[in-house]
Design a protein around this ligand. Structure first.
Ligand SMILES: [Zn+2]
Length: 500
């Protein structure tokens, strides 16, 4: 019994002094250790390696090497070989050879840093009939993700260290993607009393982002206190911007389509008024604020204004708000019901331009699995939300790469580098360079695939892209040098993959 499980390592490591790791001597870097090395910042101390690394899995991991051949980094320049050992990129060049390495053919493919999703709903604990940390991790790996942030609106709510620590540990046990718990801002997401953010931040889960997502922290005084507290803890508040007094009973974007269909409208101003308010509150608190799922052209203008003032505001956009509009509602199919709602073409166009320009910082999925009975019902009664992890890249290719708004380096920026920066992950969104962690995704830019909801890894199947043929395909995902997904198949949870 080595006693070096993920939780113990996390506790030992948390708050410990940063130690410059000798990258190539990180010999016992099993998945837990590697995770802990980077989780919360401080790298592990050298003596950690003698604690574990004795089991067969650790040995396989330690010696495991991967050689990606003839791949184009960021889709640029001449193809190169990338050699990975001990979870790190250790050599980049041409004609590389490594005995016993696992070979991944990279010809015709694009290598990017693994994607980071700041907005995922994994439904565990509480709604394991729709998604679990295990099934959601598989979906994430298949979508090219190496880190996801699991929102707090579970049952029970992740408003205490018990829950946030559980989510982190369970994610590490599954081992397909780093699952970072998001803590609730307020107790029970009720918007009335601040949750114990400090203890969640100090726990094994080392919570670095807090959100009441699903609900808006609508009381300005509570939001102000949350921002002040977040500043003192150096954590991030992510706001689901929706003034509830303006959206009571709303199920669709307020506009001509909803009026014609007889659906209660959700006005743009309900989002924009909160974005404007929170920008001012963040300015006064000297805090950072992150806007979840920006959905309107007006939000883009407000975020731009706030950034121009030097306010520490960031924003994400979902793939569905880049592609889909409320024209989708004509069928009354509740698979298109989402919060904030699908808006109009002027909004999708503004969001695409803002993402290209860096006004909107990143793409986040708002992956929201729902049971069939919660979606296949009357539109007004259906739950809002749609799957997103496995289709995100393809929607970004469709909306941003094909129209030449982003090149592959831009995709790396909005799906990996910026989200990692926003939450301060130091092992994700890193350059494709020697000495960097091998959190990577290999993409076939020319492939197309047809979405079949029942074949996605999520337990739920509520994808709005059912039967659509989409461009761009994730071929292989690597987490710390381990293959977590390959050719549409996720690795077995809890087992190092590709080892000898
Ligand atoms: Zn939300």
């Amino acid at each position: 019994m080595s006693g070096s499980g993920p939780e113990e390592a996390a506790q030992r490591n948390h708050g410990g002094p940063p130690v410059t790791p000798d990258r190539h001597s990180v010999s016992g870097s099993g998945p837990e250790e590697a995770a802990q090395r980077n989780h919360g910042g401080p790298p592990v101390t050298p003596d950690r390696h003698s604690v574990s690394g004795s089991g067969p899995e650790e040995a396989a991991q330690r010696n495991h090497t991967v050689l990606i051949t003839e791949v184009r980094l960021y889709g640029e320049g001449d193809p190169v070989d990338v050699l990975i050992a001990d979870g790190m990129i250790c050599e980049i060049g041409s004609g590389l050879r490594a005995d016993d390495a696992e070979i991944i053919a990279g010809a015709g493919r694009v290598l990017l840093p693994g994607f980071v999703d700041l907005h995922t709903h994994l439904r565990e604990p509480g709604r394991e009939d729709t998604e679990t940390i295990e099934s959601g991790s598989a979906a994430a790996a298949l979508g090219g993700y190496t880190a996801v942030f699991a929102m707090a609106n579970t049952s029970p709510v992740a408003d205490s260290q018990v829950i946030t620590d559980h989510v982190w540990r369970r994610g590490q046990e599954v081992g397909l993607v780093d699952v970072y718990p998001v803590g609730a801002v307020t107790v029970g997401l009720a918007g009335e009393q601040l949750a114990e953010m400090g203890t969640m931040a100090a726990g094994a889960g080392a919570v670095r982002m807090f959100s009441d997502d699903g609900h808006c922290v609508h009381d300005p005084l509570i939001m102000r206190r949350a921002l002040e507290y977040a500043r003192s803890l150096d954590v991030l508040i992510a706001q689901h911007a929706e003034e509830p007094r303006l959206t009571g009973g709303a199920v669709a974007h307020e506009g001509p389509t909803a009026a014609r269909l007889g659906l209660a409208g959700w006005p743009r101003a309900a989002e924009e008024s909160i974005v404007a308010r929170d920008a001012l509150l963040a300015r006064d608190a000297g805090a950072r604020v992150h806007i979840c799922h920006a959905s309107t052209a007006g939000t883009v203008e407000l975020v731009k204004w706030a950034k121009d003032q030097g306010i520490a505001i960031t924003a994400e956009v979902t793939p569905h708000h880049l592609l889909l509009t409320d024209a989708r509602l004509e069928t009354y199919d509740a698979v298109n019901k989402v919060n904030p709602p699908l808006r109009e073409g002027t909004d999708t166009e503004a969001l695409r331009q803002a993402l290209a320009a860096g006004i909107v910082d990143c793409v986040a999925t708002d992956h929201a699995p729902h049971a069939e009975q919660d979606k296949c019902c009357e539109f007004a009664a259906a739950r809002p939300g749609m799957l997103g992890l496995q289709t995100a890249l393809s929607i970004v290719v469709e909306t941003m790469v094909r129209p030449r708004l982003l090149d592959w380096r831009g995709v790396a920026r909005v799906m990996s580098e910026r989200p990692a920066e926003i939450v301060g992950l130091d092992d994700q969104g890193r350059p494709l360079a020697v000495g960097e962690p091998a959190n990577l995704v290999l993409v076939d830019p020319d492939a197309t695939w047809t979405v079949e909801g029942e074949h996605l890894a999520s337990i739920a199947s509520n994808t709005p892209y059912q039967s659509m043929t989409l461009p761009g395909r994730v071929v292989t995902t690597l987490l710390r040098g381990r293959v977590t997904a390959r050719d549409g198949v996720a690795a077995t949870p809890g087992t190092p993959v590709g080892g000898r």
